[in-house]
Design a protein around this ligand. Structure first.
Ligand code: SF4
Ligand code: SF4
Length: 200
């Protein structure tokens, strides 16, 4: 068998070359083309994932759910679009950025999860009911997670103002948020997903 040796600060890895060569799927091209618009050329590094598992090993969500960052990237490399977009676990990533800080190949992992979620959302796949509910809060509050009394208290305790400098402090911004949602079709999409969920 033909192996490549990768030496990093975390250790030495032997990677089957055949696995790396297969990372040129149509789906991965779609991810890169779409993702570059928002996160720049770095997203192309998804092709360089060597499946070392460092991302999954440090992922706080993976300790409690079926979510596996490494597995998602492998599915993408293999062109398994439907499997990558359909899994409800895709929505279990908390976007904490731990994996992005630790990736041994410098892959913008969390940015890629966000890109792949956008593609899933566009196709109406795999989204959990809880996330659809959160999306319905945006047009009402300008926040996916509106502030509550408990958080206000914590902010005061650490010397911050009661309200963050967001729509909570500038309610006039809510109109702009709704305009963005209207122009991007986000509001219609959320409504449709909500109706589909209710009819299941
Ligand atoms: S840490 Fe980076 S290279 Fe390793 S499996 Fe995760 S994404 Fe791939
Ligand atoms: S950003 Fe998501 S995938 Fe990465 S470590 Fe945090 S929860 Fe896990």
């Amino acid at each position: 068998m033909n192996y490549n040796i990768f030496s990093t600060e975390y250790g030495v890895y032997l990677i089957d070359v055949k696995l790396i060569k297969k990372s040129d799927s149509k789906f991965i091209k779609e991810i890169i083309e779409y993702g570059k618009k928002f996160f720049g050329d770095d997203v192309e590094k998804i092709k360089a994932c060597i499946q070392c598992g460092t991302c999954t090993g440090g992922c706080p969500s993976a300790r409690r759910t079926a979510w596996r960052t490494r597995m998602l990237f492998r599915k993408c490399q293999m062109g398994m679009k439907d499997e990558a977009l359909s899994g409800e676990e895709l929505w279990d990533c908390t976007t904490c950025y731990t994996c992005q800080e630790r990736c041994v190949r410098g892959i913008p992992t969390t940015d890629l999860v966000r890109i792949i979620r956008n593609l899933a959302f566009a196709e109406g796949k795999g989204i959990q009911k809880a996330h659809i509910f959160v999306a319905t809060l945006l047009p009402r509050f300008g926040h996916a997670v509106p502030i509550n009394d408990e958080t206000k208290e914590v902010r005061k305790e650490v010397g911050l103002g009661e309200l963050p400098p967001t729509v909570h402090s500038y309610p006039e911004g809510l109109k702009e948020i709704n305009k963005i949602m209207e122009e991007t079709g986000f509001d219609k999409k959320v409504k449709k997903l909500q109706e589909e969920g209710e009819n299941k």
